[in-house]
Ligand binder design. Structure first.
Ligand SMILES: NC(=O)c1ccc[n+]([C@@H]2O[C@H](COP(=O)([O-])OP(=O)(O)OC[C@H]3O[C@@H](n4cnc5c(N)ncnc54)[C@H](O)[C@@H]3O)[C@@H](O)[C@H]2O)c1
Ligand SMILES: [Zn+2]
Ligand SMILES: [Zn+2]
Length: 372
């Protein structure tokens, strides 16, 4: 048992409060991690703002990395001392989807209950009442106990914040391009919304050898960053005139229009733009997550007649144990400049301020750094 600091919301729709909690030792199949870094992803904001309802009280954060300090029964002791990225969808390894290799669709993940595999939490308040952990890892904490299958050791030389970013934004964005959509070399690619996830789509498109990479955003500073990461063309979106934005996207995408359009915002209006920008045979890849209950629409006849496709991409089709080390090696080789996503490092106490910047579309990736 140890005392830890963590950012807790009482339930979805309420501000975070920094609390001191008690953390029990890891049980069988669990791992004790001293957290080093945790990125602020828009999915945390969806929970914080009540767009998605989650049980509470719950420790925020799902894009994190740390050092393994101890392991529970049955876990390889060689993990102790390793630096690791954490997967927010710890696979059960037993269900049908895990067995067919699609761990991002696991139906038995402890992440679904925001607790450990036995359904209980290792975190309690001073009065003994339990506190859950978002997606079973709740990375906005100084220490955590997480499921063994969430822990992916990193190769030597990978900084903590790079490992944290591999845990969500990078795997989601790069994986949407190279795994879900399998973009071929030379393709024309558009990315609508270049925050942490969309910028990772841009990096993935460059890694895949895309011919054109068109970045689209409302914020010109984001377009500059996208160009630094490999975007060849930029489109400043017109918030009031979607048709104008679609025309600009098609013009920038070159003859034949875009082969792939990635939507990395989660807004029905920009999902419609992604589909409207497609030429016959084109593919829209939906990466952004909407509020619950929202619908997006498109004109059906030309969609079918033109043989267009829509793909949903969850976690960039990540098999964390295989893909996280690959992304880390690509970083070490200079082919995924992940550290350039970072535009701010902050303390846990400044998390609400970080949410304000993210809500305003001003942030790329802000990293909570957990002091040793
Ligand atoms: N599919 C998955 O597995 C998965 C995983 C992680 C995050 N997500 C989702 O991806 C989305 C993006 O996450 P993020 O952390 O990159 O968010 P972010 O807030 O950092 O980025 C969103 C970007 O979209 C831009 N934008 C907003 N409205 C726009 C508009 N109308 N036109 C053009 N640009 C616009 C903003 O300026 C910003 O740069 C969120 O919905 C998040 O929940 C999905
Ligand atoms: Zn995320
Ligand atoms: Zn499973």
């Amino acid at each position: 048992m140890r005392e830890i600091r963590a950012a807790v919301i009482p339930s979805s729709g309420y501000p975070t409060v920094i609390e001191t909690l008690n953390l029990a030792n890891p049980g069988p199949g669990e791992v004790l991690v001293r957290m080093t870094s945790s990125g602020v992803c828009h999915s945390d904001l969806h929970v914080r703002d009540g767009h998605w309802v989650r049980p509470g009280p719950i420790v925020m954060g799902h894009e994190g990395a740390g050092i393994v300090e101890a392991v529970g029964a049955g876990v390889d002791p060689a993990l102790v001392g390793r630096s690791a990225a954490l997967s927010w969808y710890a696979p059960c390894l037993r269900c049908r989807e895990c067995q067919r290799g699609r761990q991002w669709l696991c139906s038995g993940s402890p992440a679904l209950g925001h607790a450990q595999a036995d359904g209980t939490s290792r975190l309690t308040r001073a009065d003994g009442s339990p506190v859950l952990s978002y997606l079973a890892i709740g990375t906005m904490a100084s220490w955590q106990v997480v499921p063994e299958t969430a822990v992916v050791p990193m190769p030597d030389g990978v900084p903590a914040e790079v490992a944290a970013l591999i845990g969500c934004g990078v795997s989601t964005g790069v994986g949407a391009v190279v795994k879900t959509a399998e973009v071929p070399a030379g393709a024309s690619v558009v990315v609508i919304g270049v925050g942490g996830v969309g910028l990772s789509c841009v990096m993935g498109a460059k890694l895949a050898g895309a011919g054109r990479i068109v970045a689209v955003d409302l914020n010109p500073a984001k377009l500059d960053l996208a160009a630094d990461l490999g975007a060849t063309h930029r489109v400043l979106a017109d918030a009031a005139d979607g048709a104008k934005t679609v025309a600009a996207i098609r013009a920038a995408a070159g003859a034949g229009g875009p082969d792939f359009v990635f939507e990395a915002i989660g807004n029905p209006a920009t999902i419609a733009q992604a589909i409207a920008a497609l030429p016959p045979g084109g593919t829209a890849v939906l990466v952004g997550l909407t509020r619950y209950g929202q619908q997006a629409s498109f004109e059906a006849f030309p969609f079918v007649d033109g043989g267009r496709r829509i793909l949903g991409s969850n976690y960039g089709s990540a098999v964390a144990a295989v893909d996280f080390p690959r992304y880390a090696e690509a970083y070490l080789a200079g082919r995924l400049p992940i550290e350039r996503l970072i535009d701010r490092r902050l303390d846990l106490d400044d998390l609400e301020d970080a949410f304000d910047r993210l809500r305003a579309g001003q942030a790329a990736r802000q990293m909570v750094m957990h002091p040793a």
